[in-house]
Design a protein around this ligand. Structure first.
Ligand code: AMP
Ligand code: MG
Length: 329
């Protein structure tokens, strides 16, 4: 589905070589494919293509951008994306492939788009064990961002029919692998330099993790003797600059985050300016959001002035993130 709400035909792909090849081809072209994992069905897109990732939020009708888990075929592929300390390596060796997600610092070689990371300097990675998920990831050869394949606010799907019940006409295909086994979501553990933290309980029990690392997992709080780098555990990225929303004109020295074809008054005096989408395309705007915020923040301007952005479709999630950034100070 696109921003204007037009429907696509959703194919049900068989779990065979032809189905897998078609699924990988759709991903390569920036499309959306739901696929089974050992936890629930995931809604996958090429994690390296920000516009494809924006499509996930549009199809799910998600009103906010939270970081997505990227799925890979092996520990080796995961190490291209993230930096694994000794604890993370131990957990990967013990529980991958399987229902464990590791949140680790972004590696310099990371190709996962900043929309999939919600602009954070950390990345959520998982190597699933479901044979079809593994076969798809191996055939595709790139990280696949995938939250659960349901409309926002509905229950996670454990069968292709559940996926179609929610997303038929909104995604390109579902790879039908029968029932998912666990039905629980993955356990999420952050390994960001300090003590490892449990961010979400799930398919791998806390005790099993603690047995492997020989220490207790902390909760998600940032208190403790060994705090992680600032912002790394934050649930969202926020710029250093003040953010001024609904800016119909630009004040001298502000950085301008524009949307659409109009040229706001005072733009000549801007310290820097970037346009999320000159055509007013919300998918393109979502794909640019985090990198443009970062670039404008790096200009050193005290304030980033943001053009009005319509509240429709992905505009809701874009405005949600901008409002949080504006409220921060
Ligand atoms: P899911 O809804 O199953 O796709 O899981 C997504 C969740 O994974 C997010 O809401 C976060 O809790 C967690 N997560 C993924 N990536 C990160 C990250 N880079 N930093 C912190 N948490 C993350
Ligand atoms: Mg979900």
């Amino acid at each position: 589905m696109n921003d204007h709400g037009s429907m696509v035909r959703t194919d049900r792909l068989q779990p065979d070589a032809a189905g897998l090849a078609r699924a990988a081809e759709i991903l390569r072209h920036g499309g959306l494919v739901a696929f089974p994992t050992e936890t629930v069905y995931g809604l996958g897109a090429d994690a390296t293509q920000a516009e494809a990732v924006a499509g996930i939020y549009a199809a799910k009708d998600r009103p906010s951008f939270n970081p997505l888990i990227s799925h890979l075929d092996s520990v080796r592929s995961a190490q291209v994306q993230g930096i694994f300390d000794e604890t993370a390596l131990r957990l990967a060796a013990a529980f991958w492939p399987g229902p464990l997600t590791l949140v680790v610092p972004v590696a310099p070689t990371c190709t996962i788009s900043d929309l999939a990371r919600a602009g954070l300097d950390s990345v959520g990675l998982r190597v699933p064990s479901h044979p079809l998920a593994h076969a798809l990831l191996a055939a595709f050869g790139r990280p696949v961002a995938a939250p659960s394949a349901n409309r926002s606010g509905r229950v996670s799907p454990t069968a292709a029919d559940h996926v179609l019940g929610d997303l038929d006409g909104r995604i390109d295909a579902v790879l039908d692998g029968g029932a998912a086994e666990v039905g629980l979501e993955s356990t999420i553990v952050a390994c960001l330099g300090g003590p490892p933290r449990l961010l979400r309980p799930g398919g791998v029990p806390r005790e099993a993790i603690e047995a492997v690392i020989g220490q207790k997992l902390e909760g998600a709080s940032e208190t403790g003797n060994n705090p992680v780098a600032p912002g790394m555990l934050a649930s969202h990225y926020a710029p250093r600059a003040q953010v001024r929303l609904d800016a119909k004109d630009i004040r001298s020295g502000e950085a301008a985050l524009l949307f659409g074809a109009g040229r706001p008054g005072g733009i000549e005096g801007a310290a820097a300016s970037l346009n999320l989408s000159e055509n007013g395309d919300l998918t393109e705007a979502a794909a640019h959001l985090f990198s443009y915020l970062r670039q404008l923040d790096a200009s050193g301007a005290a304030t980033i002035a943001v053009s009005p952005i319509p509240e429709a479709g992905l505009g809701e999630a874009i405005n949600d993130r901008l409002r949080r950034a504006a409220a921060e100070r």
